[in-house]
Write a protein that binds this ligand. Structure first.
Ligand code: FES
Length: 397
């Protein structure tokens, strides 16, 4: 293949996706996963940070709410010592400011119920959706208006190949979901790009799951045409880019490199396909095994940390099917895929962070032909930004 026109390292290339480079704290006004449902018990609260927004999640009378995690009185985090004294409220543990969960208004102060501030102030609230065991929060500008549907910020159920066996969508009924999430060093974009990157397969070369299954993983996957990465831009819906590994006319696996005497290991072919969606969600179809799907969210915490979400879903309706999935998840997928295979990705992202932080990596990188889909992703993400998170700290730009 001849050099892809996107390749290079000039400022001109960077300008083609300038809004993406600007999004160091992440894209605002999107739905992001905040907690697994199983992590939030009724009658308590938990704090998360998304794009610099400190948010307290509270479940009350079976409904889940999200409010600002900063008390208006002296600024402590409500979630530092959750105090839930009555249904429909959350109380600051320090001096007793108590807020209504529906609208965030200051409803009382525990030790001064006649205070003149009551009813005149409050904390902001955030829209919440809870589906299939994941709590999502819409995070961004307070006056954004009605949020778009959650589905617009999740990978689309794409079935653009007649031989495809579609994997479950996160909002489908009759599916089972398990997963983990963890705070990692690294800008969210470096994590997202690593997931999509066709050139990063080398980091997985010696992973246990591949050896155990004798699974054939090439050294790389090279595009045969400039259009190998499919752009999916649904009006008022999901926007992403897809590596069409299912199309042998578009991609060619690299199985050996005689110059370094290296050959791809494994003999069992395995079909999977990767795609990356705004605001930063990876879908790996038929991974870690056929008829399962791995979703990864790269949720910006600040400009140097992200919450790495790894979710595996499959269809399971009967108790027996669910029990079988849980057995495989606990004894195979969690240790060998999420904590085994993907720890190689974690290592790579954390190693990349220094260059992009200290050496202006966005303007000082030498991209090559195999970075075609990363460029396509950057352009797609830059095309229709709903907004940008900004540093909430006074001592930073
Ligand atoms: Fe919250 Fe005083 S800091 S009530």
């Amino acid at each position: 293949m001849t050099a892809i026109s996107h390749s290079g390292s000039s400022a001109g290339v960077t300008r083609q996706y300038a809004p993406y480079v600007q999004a160091d704290w992440g894209f605002a006004n999107h739905w992001y996963p905040a907690l697994l449902s199983s992590e939030l018990e009724d009658g308590t609260a938990k704090g998360v940070t998304i794009g610099g927004h400190d948010i307290a999640l509270r479940r009350s009378s079976g409904k889940t709410y999200a409010v600002s995690d900063r008390c208006i009185h002296r600024g402590v985090k409500l979630s530092a010592k959750p105090m839930c004294l009555s249904e429909g409220t959350i109380t600051c543990w320090y001096h007793g400011f108590t807020y209504g969960l529906e609208d965030g208004s200051l409803t009382t102060i525990v030790g001064n119920p006649d205070d003149s501030l009551i009813g005149k102030a409050g904390i902001r609230t955030y829209p919440v959706e809870e589906v299939n065991g994941i709590i999502y929060v819409f995070v961004g500008e307070e006056d954004f208006g009605t949020p778009p549907p959650l589905a617009s910020d999740l990978p689309a159920p794409v079935t653009n190949d007649p031989n495809d066996s579609p994997v479950p969508h996160l909002l489908d009924e009759g599916i089972v979901i398990r997963g983990i999430h963890r705070k990692l060093v690294g800008n969210w974009r470096l994590a997202a790009e690593n997931g999509l990157d066709p050139g990063h397969l080398l980091v997985h070369w010696d992973n246990q799951i591949l050896v155990a299954l004798d699974r054939a993983l090439p050294l790389g996957v090279n595009a045969l045409t400039d259009s190998a990465t499919e752009e999916i831009d649904i009006e008022d819906g999901p926007k992403g880019v897809m590596n069409r590994y299912d199309r042998p006319d578009l991609y060619q696996p690299v199985l050996d490199n005689p110059k370094v005497n290296m050959k791809a290991r494994g003999t069992v072919p395995h079909y999977f396909r990767t795609s990356l969606w705004v605001p930063g969600v990876l879908m790996v179809e038929h991974w870690p095994i056929t008829d399962h799907v791995q979703y990864e969210f790269y949720v910006p915490i600040d400009d140097h940390h992200h919450e790495y979400w790894e979710i595996i879903a499959t269809r399971a309706r009967t108790d027996e099917e669910i029990a079988e999935f849980n057995f495989k998840y606990d004894n195979f997928m969690l240790p060998l895929a999420l904590e085994g295979f993907n720890n190689s990705d974690v290592f790579a992202r954390e190693a990349t962070e220094e260059h992009y932080t200290r050496f202006d990596g966005w303007n000082n990188e030498m991209l090559c032909d195999m970075d075609y889909s990363i460029i396509a992703w950057r352009k797609m993400a830059a095309r229709h930004p709903r907004g940008f998170f900004e540093s909430p700290y006074l001592d930073e730009d």
